[in-house]
Design a protein around this ligand. Sequence first.
Ligand SMILES: Cc1cc2nc3c(=O)[nH]c(=O)nc-3n(C[C@H](O)[C@H](O)[C@H](O)COP(=O)(O)O)c2cc1C
Length: 277
Amino acid sequence: MSAVVPGPVMTAAGCGGTGRELAPFAGPDGLAGLAFVTRSITLDPRAGTPGRRIAEVPGGLVNAVGLPNPGLEHFLATELPWLVRAGAEVIVSVAGATMGEYADLARRLALAPGVAGLEVNVGSPDDAGNGLFETREPFHAASVVAAVRREFPADRPVLAKLRPDVSRVVEGARACHEAGASAVVVGNAVPAAFADGRPGGLSGPAAAAVALRCVVAVARSLPAVPVVASGGVHDVRSARTYLAAGAVAVQVGTALLHDPTTVARLRADLAPSREDA
Ligand SMILES: Cc1cc2nc3c(=O)[nH]c(=O)nc-3n(C[C@H](O)[C@H](O)[C@H](O)COP(=O)(O)O)c2cc1C
């Protein structure tokens, strides 16, 4: 495991609620020591997408949640202190409409007690329609990472979360790493559609093979860049597939919505045995 990336099991942004919902299912220690990635936090509150947000499809979900969150002030006053008291290693996912917003978030979160690291969301399936800063071009994603890195202490990790775009993910990972990302999270929900044609993102086991292709590509092309895998992890086998492909950690997202004990089981199953120690 890399020194800069907590793991080997983390929650995926937006799938562990505020932490309070997950805690009763997180095992004997609750959230203590768990790398908990928050839902993406924006400067101002966001209501999220109106109408239907989630549909089940074979092997996964299509979602268009739209990053609902209470905004930074409320997060700092309520959710963060609770997570810190629960002993979680809090990685705050940040998203912004402008580069300045990302920088502001990083500046303010650097001063908040208990923030272990940041995850920069530059990988939403549809950021243009979401009102987020457009980061489809690796250069733009890297500029956001550089702006965040400048504002956040060098001894705490900044993870860049990239979309699972097979054709550009290596370029994106290289650019974000050069811009100061301690690690890259590969990937996110895969651009998809609801049955009525509305755009959404596909997650869960149905999307795992796409994320795996991206993880393999980044791990082979950029061996010096720590990779965290996100896509369809639901049991020890799916987690080990990513670790064998070169990931230093895995994130668990959609599986938590089906079975919130998944993180606890994976933490137990992937804990180093006495013989390994
Ligand atoms: C309901 C839901 C909400 C999500 N919210 C966020 C979010 O706030 N920020 C983010 O970066 N990713 C978000 N994601 C993407 C997940 O963190 C994860 O990268 C993706 O779903 C793929 O992993 P999985 O198959 O384990 O779910 C969300 C996914 C779902 C299903």
